[in-house]
Design a binder for this molecule. Structure first.
Ligand code: PCD
Ligand SMILES: [Cu+]
Length: 805
């Protein structure tokens, strides 16, 4: 607000627009138990579904006997693959060009796989009936290790036997899905071969799960009289669900209404399409009454979209002075039983090719091999669905390993190699055009804020004290500098199932000067109802408090691709600003008529059009809105509405600098986070308070993943972490007091300069926590130890290094 005078500033502040830490409007209902989640939807005569799930990770299904279950009072139907087959719904297409069983067809491929769907009068009868379904299994050899899968004679996907071409090119083996290559292989190998220094490491980013508070679920209601199907569900992309449902069921798209009501956290877990949705829909079509399906916690952890499971082998080369010359990365990606990743079609490993990170690396090569195993499918989710978390973890570990190889300070190594401010827009070796950045400024600010030199000095003293036997605690300084890539589109290279990744906003100004705007995205807790109103407030001069934001109902919202990959602000946020500008353009014509001047004689002033040079002559947006509906204006249609579909020219590239100071008790393996500093640059900031909340949330999920959270399997393919007894979900007890900070480097192509932020803290946080653990042991010869760094594993690391002797 720098060019505004005091009076204008006051008016601008009243709008609660860009930059205002406006309180979240949705919290009034969330904090008073008035949210409306899928499970809150209750309809007359509604039936309840529940799944029979496989106890085995790999088995032939010899027979299914549903007689006893059907005989139970209150059971209406038991669906198996045989019932779905005539409808061609026993398998469904996945978002990655593969197909997935809706219900077990001949065999099961992971523990917890859906085998039969029981529909009953209530949830409890359904659960009892599940126990009565008799399934005869014949166990088959189980493969949970992707490297073993590529050697094994065991064919996991018999349906693909003999198929040498997959959705993403040739398959090398019957358990192989795809190979995805980016960059220059020969040139990179040449650079690595000639290099003065090469560091090599394999880093495993374990399988984990976002575990949102609300599990997945749906209520389907087929109105046979009107031919209309309504589905309420936990959908991060409701329009996509509508289109897919129409294509699969043959019901015309206008006869399907998909609604995402309040969602209790998404984190990518609710992007995919699950058998439960399909079964609820089929059951409602068959029975003619509404059918509800809600997953329990174990089902959520065992069978819905997991995250990661990436084995990444890297080689990074540099000169003796530390200038990086090349990067080579090979990934073995464990996709589980079906390839159900929700990546844009052309990116089978998401945006993993952002793995050159924030560094000016001239030559690079990436190859990813996707592999089938006997684990749950899904691999998209968790605060960077598109594999940017994996990429950031990989490069930030490689930098640390290279620093060890060079015997150099890791902060300095980063500084030497950062892409410089004047290099933006920057073309990366693996094909991205970074829109804007100022990494050196952010890094210097972060290091100064934590007194980096002081920390290193203290750490060195601690090591000496430890060696003298005066303390049993080591100190780790975790660093990370990340670059995110968010906001898919552009349509020309990003689509999901052929649908281009644009987004949309439709605005309607009411005669009295308040408004409703509808978007193609859907909040799962991010606060869109608060922030998108702020964008509009600044664009059209109507207070955010007078603007309703609505999302998630396909009957009313304009078509959009949904919310994940931090795309809402970069894409729908841009559409919102541009729709606002269309409103303003029409408002200007109306104002010109009312003030009897030419359009060009007006200028915009916060919330009104003013006649240039005659500030006392103006029309406020409120007056203009009234006139738009109530006054005949020659050559101008009545009403004040606009719609904008936005295809972004590029993604946005938020970045950040994080530092974690950790103390580790060598004898117990217990770590304590003394300090966590997070500087985020997401371009123009819409709502600083919401951003801070996003950062706190993302960091806490990063802490979880780095320090203990895991979906672990035993050799038999049993999920060992299917409950909160053994799946780590941090509470206030484990969470430190985060220090947040920022710089502002606007996106040059976004209408208001904003970049996404929701995923950033996770992307940057995981390597930061992990680097802190690794760094604590650097002085004792540790190069790399795998996550999750729970107390037991930290203790083992200390033990391996001889620190208990
Ligand atoms: N610059 C800026 C940016 C942003 N913002 C804000 O913040 C938020 C966020 O954003 P973004 O970044 O754009 O994002 P989105 O799209 O909206 O969202 C998404 C994300 O988000 C996050 N966060 C969150 N939060 C909550 N609460 N919940 C949830 O669920 C969640 N999730 C997570 C995830 S995972 Mo994926 O799906 O995996 O892909 S992706 C993701 C919003 O409200 C907005 O507006 C601001 O203010 N400013
Ligand atoms: Cu992402």
């Amino acid at each position: 607000m720098k060019d505004l005078n005091e009076e204008q500033q006051e008016r601008a502040a009243g709008l609660k627009g860009l930059g205002c830490s406006r309180k979240r409007v949705e919290d009034a209902r969330f904090t008073q138990g008035k949210g409306n989640y899928v499970d809150d939807i209750k309809m007359p005569g509604m039936l309840h579904g529940d799944f029979v799930r496989s106890p085995y990770a790999h088995a032939r299904v010899k027979s299914i006997n549903t007689d006893a279950a059907m005989a139970l009072d209150g059971v209406v139907a038991v669906l198996t693959a045989k019932d779905l087959e005539p409808l061609s719904l026993h398998w469904m297409p996945t978002l990655a060009g593969d197909k997935q069983m809706v219900l077990a067809d001949g065999k099961v491929l992971f523990q917890g796989q859906e085998v039969a769907f029981v529909v009953a009068r209530d949830r409890f009868i359904a659960a009892d009936a599940v126990e009565l379904v008799e399934v005869e299994y014949e166990e088959l050899p189980v493969i949970v290790n992707p490297f073993e899968a590529l050697q094994s004679d065991v064919v996991l996907r018999e349906d693909l036997a003999g198929q040498t071409e997959g959705a993403h090119g040739p398959r090398k083996h019957h358990n192989h899905i795809f190979t995805w290559e980016v960059g220059e292989k020969d040139a990179t190998e040449q650079v690595l071969g000639d290099a003065e220094v090469v560091a090599e490491e394999t880093v495993y980013y374990h399988r984990t799960h976002p575990c949102p508070l609300e599990t997945c679920g749906a209520v389907a209601s087929m109105d046979k009289v009107n031919g209309k199907l309504t589905v309420w569900g936990t959908f991060q992309a409701p329009h996509v669900v509508r289109t897919v449902a129409s294509l699969l069921s043959g019901i015309e798209e206008h006869n399907i209404r998909v609604v995402s009501p309040d969602i209790g956290g998404g984190f990518g877990n609710k992007v995919g399409v699950y058998p439960g949705y399909v079964c609820a829909i089929v059951a409602s079509i068959v029975t003619g009454v509404p059918v509800k399906w809600i997953e329990d916690r174990m089902e959520n952890l065992m069978s819905t979209a997991f995250a990661r499971d990436y084995w990444m082998t890297g080689k990074i080369s540099a000169t003796k002075e530390g200038k990086i010359t090349g990067l080579h990365c090979h990934v073995t990606a464990d996709h589980g039983a079906f390839d159900a990743c929700a990546d844009p079609t052309k990116f089978p490993a998401g945006f993993m090719n952002i793995c050159t990170g924030s560094y000016d690396i001239p030559t690079a090569y990436l190859a990813v091999d996707g592999v089938y195993t006997n684990k749950a499918p899904g691999g998209v989710s968790y605060r960077c669905s598109f594999r940017v978390t994996e990429a950031a973890y990989f490069i930030e570990r490689m930098i640390e390993v290279l620093a060890i190889e060079l015997n150099m300070d890791a902060a300095e190594l980063r500084r030497i190699n950062f892409i410089k401010k004047e290099q933006f827009p920057y073309q990366s070796a693996l094909g991205w055009e970074y829109d804007s950045g100022d990494y050196h400024t952010a890094w210097d600010k972060a290091l100064k804020a934590v007194d980096y030199e002081g920390l290193r000095k203290e750490q060195a003293d601690r090591v000496e004290a430890f060696k003298r036997g005066e303390t049993r605690k080591l100190m780790g300084v975790g660093l990370s500098f990340f670059t995110e890539i968010v906001g898919a589109g552009p349509v020309k290279n990003c689509d999901i199932l052929g649908m281009g990744m644009f987004d949309s906003c439709e605005i309607r100004i009411h005669p009295t000067g308040s408004a409703i705007a509808r978007l193609g995205t859907i909040s799962q807790g991010q606060g869109h109802a608060t922030t998108f109103a702020q964008i509009l407030a600044s664009e059209i001069g109507i207070s955010a408090d007078s603007i309703t934001i609505e999302e998630g109902d396909t009957d009313t919202a304009p078509y959009g691709l949904g919310t994940y990959g931090s795309r809402s602000t970069p894409v729908a946020g841009a559409a919102t600003a541009l729709a606002g500008r269309k409103i303003r353009a029409k408002a200007q014509m109306i104002a010109a008529y009312l003030l009897e001047v030419h359009d060009n004689d007006l200028e915009w002033d916060v919330d009104r059009f003013v006649v240039k040079g005659a500030p006392e002559r103006f029309k406020t947006m409120k007056e203009i809105a009234y006139a738009a509906y109530n006054q005949a204006i020659p050559g101008v249609e009545p009403g004040l509405e606009a719609v904008s579909y936005y295809d972004p020219p590029n993604m946005t590239y938020p970045f950040g600098a994080y530092v974690c100071v950790m103390d580790i008790d060598v004898d117990t393996g217990v770590q304590e986070i003394r300090k966590f500093y997070a500087l985020d640059d997401c371009g123009t900031r819409i709502n600083p308070m919401i951003i801070e909340g996003q950062v706190h949330g993302g960091l806490t999920e990063a802490l979880a993943v780095a320090l203990g959270q895991e979906i672990a399997y035993d050799d038999m393919g049993n999920v060992k972490t299917g409950t909160f007894m053994d799946f780590f979900l941090p509470t206030a007890w484990e969470v430190p007091n985060y220090i947040t900070d920022h710089t502002v480097t606007p996106s040059p192509h976004h209408p208001i300069g904003a970049k996404g932020v929701g995923e950033s803290p996770h992307v940057g946080g995981v390597p930061c926590f992990s680097n802190a653990v690794n760094d604590a042991f650097r002085a004792f010869g540790l190069r790399h130890t795998h996550m999750p760094h729970d107390h037991w594993r930290i203790w083992q690391t200390a033990n391996r290094l001889g620190l208990h002797d």
